[in-house]
Each structure stands twice: as structure tokens, then as C-alpha cells.
Design a protein around this ligand. Structure first.
Ligand SMILES: Cc1cc2nc3c(=O)[nH]c(=O)nc-3n(C[C@H](O)[C@H](O)[C@H](O)COP(=O)(O)OP(=O)(O)OC[C@H]3O[C@@H](n4cnc5c(N)ncnc54)[C@H](O)[C@@H]3O)c2cc1C
Length: 430
């Protein structure tokens, strides 16, 4: 057994990394800046926690494998499970996907409850210690971490055999590397300018459905997601990209909901009782740091949003962090880990970038004609989504990919191409 590991950041990725390392290391210390709440409450270091957080079926499976009993504990605290297609209303291109149960369960709960449940299970691991209320201020090439108490308790250094950076999007690892004379990692950056406004409403306003997704599409930069939360509440997140700015005052919030193509969000906002104020969030760009392509001091691993922060509208961050943690449990050699993590990031990154690129450049953006031949991947996906309004098997194939259960290549299967071709031929003939 190895001696000690230090995990920088005690949010979802850091907690799951600690769980993954627990069988291999004698002691794991998680260092977190926030004084962590004792219950499922929002906190300053995870401001995204007040916005819709989807936990994809693949993410649930990964967390469950790291922390057995997670789903049962979450549902006992009020989370709801449901089929990712059968219990969800998916509006894509302004039209509802054909619904059926496809045997893939998702869990819906507030992000603070998800994190709180993970934290409780990690706290119960005998060799994991959480040091909260401390800033990580420095890292040396021999893996010594310097931390400072935020309430005047002084500084301390922690020598470690392994350092895992899980400090999120604002990770200082690129700067620390530069300070140590290493090249920072190459970055892939996709500007998206996503803005959210989220508000909680009282009541079971979604019927039997767990979530309602009203996605943007070419020509429509506004979208929304409504999610049932524990405690009989519904969280409504309004979103916009490239200059759209959902308002946080109730009148403006309602007006924005009314401007969406389908009426479901506006109906909930008008009929629900707001609990507290709406909160905004701005996410300028998504970033993938290619640690597999740069030399690092030995014994350093970067995981979670610190390595790859996805466009949040696709709900991939926690699930991908969990999948990375499963990889870390299998192999904690940094070079091999970063190579495997890069492979693992490929599917969600390609899905998100592919979808955003197609949405921003789609032919229907100006109501223009369909391209005659050789449509690109984005256009193929749009045709598939349109066909999936009537064809439940196509809807299931699409949702299995967005749930990260099947790879994006699954959408290139011959049966799908044949169905789309038959549909196109039928529409030409009619
Ligand atoms: C608006 C928004 C909506 C999102 N929606 C979804 C969704 O629907 N589904 C989904 O799966 N994911 C979603 N995500 C992403 C998800 O929140 C993250 O992927 C997930 O929290 C894992 O992130 P992380 O643990 O790597 O980093 P973070 O959650 O950002 O946590 C980093 C932690 O490090 C701590 N920290 C940072 N610097 C220091 C320091 N110097 N010293 C000590 N501590 C430090 C912070 O306090 C924080 O606790 C969303 C993100 C945003 C921004």
C-alpha cells in the first residue's frame, strides 16, 4: 500500500477521487477552501450548485461503483429516480421526442444534496480526512502542498506521494507548472457565453415527469431545463447563449420563459410559487486542458473540471468526473491516467462541441434550405432528432448516447442511416 495522497478541492471530483484512491493509499487528505456545510446546502466554492444539475445514467453507475449505496442514500433523502426517456419530456428543435422507457435510470436531486450524499459516504471511509476551511496556496515539484487556514489558523505543508488537483475550472495548476519551469498544458477552448438564471418553485409542477428539457436549436438561442428536486420543489433554469441574458426579476424571468418555443416552462413559472430569488450564472467558454500532452512533475494528477470543464447545458461534468475517478481507481500512474482520461473525455467533448458547432452554424439558422448531399455530423444529428419525434427506437438510440452509455459512433450504425434514408425518400415522394 502506498503512503499518502493529497486531493486539492473537496467538491464532486475531489471527493470521488479520494474514494477511488482509498483502497490504495494509507491516508488521503482532501483540502477544501470552503467550510463545508453539515447539510445539503449551497456553498460559495460551488456556485453552480443553485442551477439545474443532471446526473446522467452513466454517472450514477460510476458513483455507485465507487461508493456503494449512493443511489439508495440519495433517494432516501428525497431524490427521485426515473427513466431517462420515459420520465422526461425532451423538446428538441421545438418538438417532443417520442417517449418510452428504455431501462436507463437517472436520478434527480439538487446539486447540494448530490454533493452532500457523496461527502457523507466519503467521510465514512476510515483513511480519508477532509481538511476544510483551508486555501491551497502552493505546490512544489516534490509534491509538497502548502495550505493556509482561512480563519487565521496558520499555514502547514503536506508532503505527498500523489497530488490530485480537483480545484475546478479556476485550477491554478497551469500557473504552478509555469512557476516550476514546466510548460502549461495545451488548451482547447470553445467560447459559448452561456448565461443561466435559476429559480426554485414550490409544488409538484411537472406531474409524473422528472425533468423537462427545452433545448435550443438553430435560430433559437434560448432554452430551459426544469428539474424536480427533493422536498416537493421544482428548479427552473433558463439559459441563453451568445448574448442572451435570462433576467432574474420575476417579471423578466416569466417573460423569458414565455418566449420559449414550447409553453411548458412558462406554465410552471406562472402557476408555481417562487421560493426565494433567482440566481444568475455566466459561463464564458468551455475548456479542455490536455495534460496528456505535457510533461508534469512526477506524482501529479488533474481531474474533474480542472482538466475539462464542459458546456454545462449538456449535464456531463459530474458524470465524467465520476468516470475519471473509476479510471483512477484502476490505475493511478499519472501518465497512463491522463492518457486514459483524455480518451474518456473524447466522447462527451465531441458531443458537446459537435452539437454547439452545428447549432451555431446550422442551415436552419436562417430558415434556409436543407443541404442536398453529404450532410455533416451536426445536420445528421438534427435529422435524427426530427425523426425521433415519431420513431421511439431512434429516440432511444439518441438518448443512450447523450447519457454517455453508448459512444457517439453508435449513431453511425447502418440501421439508423437506413431509417433516415427511408424517411428522406418518403418525404420526397409525398
Ligand atoms: C452553471 C453550471 C451548471 C452545471 N450543470 C451540470 C449538470 O447539469 N450536470 C453535471 O454533471 N455537471 C454540471 N456542471 C458541472 C459540475 O458542477 C462539475 O463538473 C462538478 O462539480 C465537478 O467539478 P469539480 O469537482 O471538478 O470542480 P468544482 O465543483 O468547481 O469544485 C472545485 C472545488 O475546489 C475548491 N477550490 C478551488 N480552489 C481552491 C484552493 N485554492 N484551495 C482550496 N480549495 C479550492 C472549491 O472551493 C470547490 O469546492 C455544471 C457547472 C456549471 C458551472
Amino acid at each position: 500500500m502506498k503512503q499518502n495522497a493529497v486531493v486539492l478541492g473537496g467538491s464532486v471530483a475531489g471527493l470521488l477521487a479520494a474514494a477511488a484512491l482509498s483502497p490504495r493509499y494509507r491516508m488521503i487528505e482532501i483540502v477544501e477552501r470552503d467550510v463545508l456545510p453539515s447539510g445539503p446546502r449551497p456553498r460559495r466554492g460551488a456556485p453552480q450548485g443553485q442551477h439545474v444539475h443532471a446526473l446522467l445514467p452513466r454517472g450514477v453507475q460510476a458513483i455507485e461503483s465507487l461508493l456503494p449505496g449512493f443511489t439508495a442514500r440519495l433517494t432516501a433523502a428525497g431524490a427521485l429516480t426515473g427513466d431517462v426517456l420515459g420520465n422526461a419530456r425532451w423538446y428538441l428543435n421545438g418538438l417532443p421526442l417520442r417517449r418510452s422507457s428504455i431501462g436507463l435510470d437517472a436520478v434527480t436531486a439538487s446539486r447540494p444534496l448530490i454533493e452532500h450524499t457523496i461527502r457523507a459516504l466519503v467521510r465514512a471511509l476510515p483513511n480519508v480526512r477532509i481538511t476544510d476551511g483551508h486555501d491551497i496556496v502552493d505546490l512544489t515539484a516534490d509534491r509538497t502542498v502548502r495550505i493556509t487556514s482561512r480563519n487565521g489558523g496558520g499555514s502547514r505543508v503536506i508532503p505527498a506521494d500523489l497530488v490530485v488537483d480537483a480545484t475546478g475550472r479556476a485550477s491554478r495548476m497551469p500557473q504552478w507548472l509555469a512557476d516550476l519551469g514546466y510548460a502549461p498544458p495545451p488548451e482547447d477552448v470553445v467560447p459559448i457565453d452561456v448565461r443561466y438564471a435559476s429559480r426554485v418553485f414550490a409544488g409538484d409542477l411537472l406531474g409524473d415527469d422528472r425533468v423537462v428539457i427545452t433545448a435550443r436549436y438553430p435560430g433559437q438561442r434560448r432554452s430551459s431545463v426544469m428539474q424536480r428536486l427533493e422536498g416537493g420543489r421544482v428548479l427552473v433554469t433558463l439559459a441563453g447563449v451568445h448574448g442572451e441574458r435570462p433576467p432574474i426579476d420575476l417579471e423578466g424571468f416569466t417573460g423569458y420563459a414565455e418566449s420559449l418555443t414550447v409553453p411548458d416552462t412558462a406554465t410552471v413559472v406562472r402557476s408555481g410559487t417562487p421560493l426565494g430569488d433567482a440566481v444568475p450564472f455566466h459561463f464564458p467558454a468551455y475548456v479542455r486542458r490536455r495534460y496528456e500532452r505535457t510533461e508534469l512533475p512526477s506524482g501529479i494528477i488533474v481531474i474533474g473540471d480542472a482538466a475539462c470543464a464542459f458546456n454545462p447545458v449538456y449535464g456531463q461534468g459530474m458524470s465524467t468526473a465520476a468516470m475519471s475517478a473509476v479510471t483512477l481507481r484502476e490505475d493511478d500512474d499519472p501518465v497512463r491516467f491522463h492518457a486514459r482520461q483524455a480518451e474518456l473525455h473524447e466522447a462527451p467533448w465531441t458531443l458537446a462541441v459537435g452539437a454547439d458547432t452545428a447549432l451555431d452554424a446550422g442551415p436552419a439558422a436562417a430558415g434556409g434550405p436543407q443541404p442536398a448531399a453529404a450532410p455533416g455530423p451536426g445536420e445528421m444529428i438534427r435529422r435524427l432528432q426530427l425523426a425521433a419525434v415519431e420513431d421511439g427506437e431512434l429516440a432511444a438510440a439518441f438518448i443512450r448516447v447523450t447519457s454517455l452509455v453508448d459512444p457517439p459512433q453508435a449513431l453511425g450504425a447502418p440501421w439508423i442511416a437506413e431509417r433516415l434514408a427511408a424517411r428522406a425518400a418518403a418525404s420526397v415522394a409525398s
